[in-house]
Design a protein around this ligand. Structure first.
Ligand code: NAI
Length: 358
């Protein structure tokens, strides 16, 4: 498998593959950049078609984390880990302890937490073999634990900002919002949207997750293949990435895309296609930063939930600045966000010359 000639390779600092024979663990840790600090980003456990698909995911996700952490103003670089799920390596405490040893072997260059397919208890097992982990169970007012409610709050506030900008609506009340994927983030997002008086259209490929929402909230359930075709005010993609493609975008019947999923654009050019169709796109790594903000606070020590909330509430301001610039310049929202991220990372990477070099 080639990495340097991979289409998603973008000056990643290092890519590590680990195998643990007793548990069957196979995982990849990709470190995109440590210019701003240790590479932080969640661990995803997913059934990939093949190894190449897992590498692609790790490369894309780790770069996204560099940009996300930079724009969120965090002192972290970008990294991500993927665990290749299969029958030979079922979820177990031993598997996550082995994963923790893999993380630990990088000596703190990578800090892990939850992503798709991972729960707080998994990260507690990881914590038995490494301290370079966040998203652990917390109690009382101390920040931390499952980051998904914070991600959902950021997405909710970002949806408000996007709807204000594109539809000139001051509230989400009475609007119809489609949520694709009602797992950890989607579930919490639906609760917030329902409380705000929005009408919900949801889909998921996991019947248990679908039921958890449909049994507690008034929602319209549609088939997974229909959710992106729903005629709604906004769509919040909260499942996996690459749902916005040259094929799916022309068929969209919405004016706003604002959701949690990482890497929503299948290709960079799909962002321009959204603009062409007059659909406002909230760049994914800007709107979904709530979770990593919580993870970063927890990792830094005894910070409180109200401090996390304060920082998550900055997400709509950042989006508004991006939307306003897009309107003023005609540039695409994802390009504006990327440029901002690259500027922040670039500034950090310029190291002063030492006396010997000068
Ligand atoms: P999750 O695994 O709890 O939920 C994802 C849900 O999407 C699952 O219920 C799954 O069945 C569903 N799904 C998968 N494919 C689907 C399809 N084709 N159609 C409809 N539903 C489908 O993951 P979580 O934590 O809720 O994350 C959701 C997304 O947000 C992911 O892309 C993740 O990378 C991203 N994200 C999550 C953060 C967090 O705090 N958990 C932070 C930032 C981003």
């Amino acid at each position: 498998m080639t990495v340097f000639s991979h289409s998603e390779f973008d000056q990643h600092e290092s890519i590590h593959q680990f195998y643990d024979e007793p548990t069957g663990l196979r995982c990849i840790i990709a470190i995109h950049s440590t210019a701003l600090g240790p590479a932080a980003g969640g661990c995803r456990r997913w059934t990939y078609g093949d190894d190449a698909e897992a590498i692609t995911d790790a490369l894309r996700l780790s770069k996204g984390m560099t940009y996300k952490n930079a724009v969120a103003g965090l002192s972290f670089g970008g990294g991500k880990s993927v665990i290749l799920a299969d029958e030979a390596a079922p979820k177990s405490e031993a598997l996550f302890r082995a994963f923790g040893r893999a993380v630990d072997s990088l000596g703190g260059r990578y800090v892990t937490a939850e992503d798709v397919g991972i729960e707080v208890e998994d990260m507690r097992a990881v914590n038995q073999t490494t301290r370079f982990v966040s998203g652990l169970a917390q109690s009382g007012e101390i920040a931390g634990g499952d980051p998904s409610p914070w991600t959902a709050l950021g997405v909710y506030l970002g949806l408000e900002a996007a709807v204000k900008h594109r539809l000139n609506k001051d509230s989400l009340g009475g609007l119809t919002i489609a949520v694709q994927g009602v797992g950890n983030v989607g579930f919490h997002l639906c609760q917030l949207l329902d409380k705000a008086g929005a009408n919900l259209v949801i889909a998921d490929v996991n019947p248990a997750n679908l039921q958890r929402v449909s049994e507690t909230l008034p929602v319209t359930v549609v088939a997974p293949e229909d959710i992106m075709l729903a005629k709604v005010d906004a769509i919040a993609p909260c499942a996996l990435g690459a749902t916005l493609t040259a094929d799916s975008i022309p068929a969209l019947k919405t004016k706003v895309i604002a959701g949690a999923a990482n890497n929503q654009l299948a290709h960079h050019s799909d962002g321009a296609l959204l603009t062409q169709h007059e659909i406002l796109y909230a760049p994914d790594y800007v709107i979904n930063a709530g979770g990593i903000i919580s993870v970063a606070h927890e990792y830094a020590g005894q910070t409180t939930s109200s401090q996390v909330k304060y920082d998550v509430e900055k997400i709509p301001q950042r989006l508004k600045a991006i939307f306003d610039e897009a309107q003023a310049t005609g540039n695409h929202t994802h390009d504006i966000a990327d440029e901002l991220a690259r500027k922040i990372v670039g500034n950090a990477s310029v190291k002063p010359l030492t006396a010997a070099q000068a």
